[in-house]
Design a protein. Structure first.
Length: 381
């Protein structure tokens, strides 16, 4: 029997204080849950509850299935690792933000540690790299960054800037792009219009140790939806990104929403062909993760939501555990690999045609770049 539903039921409990202890807790294998949580980069969402650090569970609530000493040690180790990694990355994020500002670039942190600050415990989010959006545009930014590091790997979105040995930094010219060139042109215009308002919002961690700039809630609500959408189209979106959105929508509501904010947001979503995807995410957030309807800005779409959650569970965090493309490694020529990839992409065509129809062109262009230049424009954000 697939235990995934039990893991999701426990996740829903861990995310919401008003949820009763799920019956499935008596059947959970704690080691296997750790493997599932690692696959989806959400260990910290379970850990404070399982280790009884937040008071959500007591000994009797485990219904005779309390984690063994070995299980506890596994989870404790992961907790120490999360706190250590987040401590490092918070410090590096602040330093990067300050350094670019000192060098004349207003900036803000995209996703990452900015999202972590929205969590009940910021040190429990599985962290990645540092994405920092600079004001000024691609040409000006590359003129500056190439004084320090090569820009040969620059994509349409960002350039790697290895200023730290223990944290990757991606300097963004733009927050994101879309495959559809016509929609992307409108999106880039939108981002350009927002530059004047998105670089001056400084936040400080609850413990007072770290400060840096982050985008507004309204900007994040659209941008992070685009981020998930692009990763669904390109490689795969993970539960960590969905939970980021869970806490973002709660913060958006708690900080206050103007009377016409949702109406404006929906209009923007439709302009960028994101409305259907937003409704799918609303279903996952509400029905599966327990987010109250008061935080939603669109009505849930069950059919599309079930399709997306299946994609998430199949591929894991950023599609790193995707098995449906295993045949590509056995293909002996470029054409066969291209055919396998595009056949796989076809599953999205009836759901999100605006982006999917451009995938063959983008993949072919990337293959040509690799063949002739050895470098491809992998525009993942």
């Amino acid at each position: 029997m697939d235990p995934t539903n039990n893991y999701l039921a426990l996740l829903r409990f861990c995310l919401n204080e008003d949820q009763p202890v799920p019956e499935c807790i008596k059947d959970i294998n704690w080691h296997e849950l750790l493997i599932f949580a690692t696959k989806h980069a959400i260990i910290g969402m379970y850990l404070p509850t399982i280790l009884m650090e937040n008071g959500r569970l007591k000994k009797d609530d485990f219904m005779g299935n309390k984690p063994s000493d070995e299980d506890v040690m596994e989870w404790v180790f992961e907790g120490h690792r999360l706190r250590k990694n987040n401590t490092t990355l918070f410090g590096r994020t602040q330093k990067a933000s300050e350094w670019f500002l000192e060098n004349g670039f207003r900036n803000c942190i995209l996703k990452g540690q900015g999202n972590a600050l929205m969590y009940p415990d910021p040190y429990m989010r599985t962290c990645g790299d540092i994405d920092i959006w600079l004001e000024g545009g691609r040409e000006k930014i590359l003129q500056f960054t190439t004084k320090y590091y090569s820009s040969k790997d620059a994509t349409r979105i960002h350039v790697d800037f290895p200023m730290f040995s223990d944290a990757e930094v991606e300097v963004h010219f733009t927050p994101s792009t879309l495959k559809n060139p016509f929609t992307n042109k409108k999106l880039q215009k939108y981002f350009k219009e927002k530059e004047s308002t998105e670089f001056g919002r400084k936040v400080t961690s609850a413990d007072g140790r770290y400060s840096f700039f982050v985008p507004s809630n309204e900007f994040n609500t659209l941008y992070q939806l685009i981020h998930m959408y692009r990763h669904l189209i390109k490689r795969g979106v993970g539960l960590r990104q969905v939970i980021d959105y869970f806490y973002l929508l709660k913060k958006r509501k708690h900080d206050g929403i103007s009377p016409d904010a949702n109406k404006q947001l929906i209009a923007t979503l439709k302009r960028f062909h994101l409305y259907k995807f937003a409704r799918a995410m609303a279903y996952i957030l509400h029905e599966m993760l327990g987010l109250s309807e008061e935080y939603l800005y669109v009505s849930p779409d069950k059919k599309e939501g079930l399709f997306i959650i299946n994609e998430i569970l199949e591929g894991g965090n950023f599609g790193k555990f995707e098995t449906r493309l295993n045949g590509m490694s056995k293909a002996h020529n470029h054409f066969k690999r291209f055919w396998i990839l595009e056949s796989f992409n076809l599953r999205l065509l009836s759901h999100y045609p605006s982006e999917t129809i451009w995938m063959p062109y983008m993949d072919l262009r990337r293959s040509i770049q690799l063949h002739f230049n050895g470098v491809a424009d992998e525009d993942d954000d």
